[in-house]
Design a protein around this ligand. Structure first.
Ligand code: HAM
Length: 423
């Protein structure tokens, strides 16, 4: 049994996010939500658990599904799993509800993978993502990438590369897989135990980062040489669109991504400021067959997920998108000790100002220090002499000026001042 010291801590590889750091999360999510709305995407919320089967289908040959899922049997004997990723739940919801297509949704959700934790790799990580279900037009591939590239650009990130590849359609991949498997068989000695995985899905070996396989991987046949005319035309149009929008990219023939559902366009954004093993701040691609595989109608689709923790590590490394400084419109300094402070504070807040106070009858000096620490623009001082004349003191903590204002008018007075010089 683990002792209290271990159990009264967050589980291994899972993070708490406290203020003020969480202020970055608020801002990050708000920016993503606004951007997604501007591009015509609506928020989709799905359960944190799904039937195990939903995920089994997307990664039978991947470690994420085979070895890293948090799955369990619930009290009713159902086999469920904590979501390891966000795409399968979206497609499950699409198949269940059959909304009109194209279905454009965005999401914010935690994902769970029992990986070996290290900087930038956690057992719970949060993703912001979008999915477009029911469109095979290559222009939507460009739109999805543009949405993400602009999001990163607006955060101030500069040291990032967009890696791009095409996994082709079924026809392309069938031809390629056969050639690739022959190639792996010729290198069976080097592959050792992994030969079994190569037989199950030859593509899985391609994205390995094992240094001793470098030469073998470099010499492997390239999927790009086996694309069908339709796949090649689709990929060409995606590249043309990205170039036209001024989004730089690099074609990486070995980029195959970590789930079995990918087809056609795949992409990843790599941050130059992060360790190579965990430098993907976002990635995605097409999964044109998944809806059908889950029992739904044919619905070619594309999307991406971007890891919030990793994204913020990249921002730290580049010194961009810092935690917002503490900010408050008004801090109420109470020298009366009556319920008046409570009443004024409620009035300020209800009139739309951000306002706070100190508690416990502290000295004026301590209350003024608290006002400064809270980043307040104004201190509203409830003094005895002023109260007798129906007034309150208002000190502008930026300019240092202090004036008396009628108690009845102070909320409106502060709202007007705030509108005159918004922070
Ligand atoms: P993924 O590449 O596995 O794709 O994850 C997307 C992003 O989540 C990664 O680029 C990374 O930023 C972050 N991430 C993944 N695993 C971890 C981890 N253990 N710790 C911290 N961050 C992590 C997917 O999940 C697909 N559902 C993306 C997608 C959407 N494809 C199509 N639509």
């Amino acid at each position: 049994m683990a002792g209290a010291r271990e159990t009264m801590r967050a589980p291994k590889g899972m993070l708490d996010v406290l203020p003020p750091e969480s202020g970055r999360w608020t801002e990050l999510v708000a920016r993503f939500a606004q951007r997604a709305a501007r591009f015509g995407y609506g928020l989709l919320v799905t359960p944190i658990v799904e039937h195990y089967e939903v995920f089994r289908r997307v990664g039978e040959t991947t470690d994420i599904v085979r070895k890293e899922m948090y799955d369990f049997t619930d009290r009713g004997g159902r086999r469920l799993a904590l979501r390891p990723e966000g795409t399968a739940p979206v497609v499950r919801a699409f198949v269940e509800h059959r909304p009109a297509t194209p279905w454009k949704v965005w999401y914010l959700a935690p994902n769970f993978r029992a990986e070996r934790p290290q900087a930038g790799r956690y057992r719970q990580h949060w993703q912001l993502g979008v999915e477009v279900v029911g469109l095979d037009d290559p222009d939507i591939d460009v739109e999805v990438i543009e949405l993400l590239a602009g999001f990163y650009r607006d955060l101030g990130l500069r040291d990032i590369r967009l890696l791009l590849n095409s996994m082709g359609d079924t026809e392309s991949r069938t031809a390629y897989r056969a050639v690739l498997l022959e190639y792996w068989r010729a290198h069976a000695a080097l592959l050792g135990n992994e030969m079994e995985r190569a037989e199950a899905n030859p593509l899985r070996i391609l994205d390995s980062k094992r240094p001793d396989w470098g030469d073998m991987l470099d010499g492997a046949p390239r999927l790009g040489d086996y694309l069908s005319p339709a796949s090649a035309a689709h990929f060409a149009r995606v590249q043309e669109g990205l170039a036209r929008l001024g989004i730089p990219f690099e074609i990486v023939p070995r980029l195959v991504r970590g789930f079995d559902y990918y087809t056609s366009t795949v992409f990843e954004f790599a941050a130059g400021s992060l360790d190579a093993a965990q430098n993907a701040i976002g990635g995605g691609g097409r999964y044109d067959r998944l809806a059908e595989e889950m029992g739904g109608p044919p619905a070619p689709s594309i999307g991406f997920g971007s890891g919030i923790e990793r994204l913020l590590l990249a921002c730290d490394a580049e010194g961009v998108f810092p935690a917002p400084p503490a900010a408050l419109d008004v801090f109420v300094v109470d020298l009366l000790g009556t319920v008046e402070a409570m009443v004024v504070l409620a009035e300020l807040r209800e009139s739309g100002l951000s306002a706070d106070r100190a508690y416990g009858g502290r000295t004026m000096k301590k209350q003024m220090a608290a006002a400064g620490a809270a980043g307040a623009h104004w201190a509203l001082i409830l003094g005895v002499a002023e109260a007798e004349r129906g007034l309150v003191g208002v000190k502008d903590l930026i300019s240092g000026e202090q004036v008396d204002v009628k108690r009845e008018e102070v909320a409106a007075w502060l709202c007007t001042r705030k509108d005159e010089n918004p922070s």
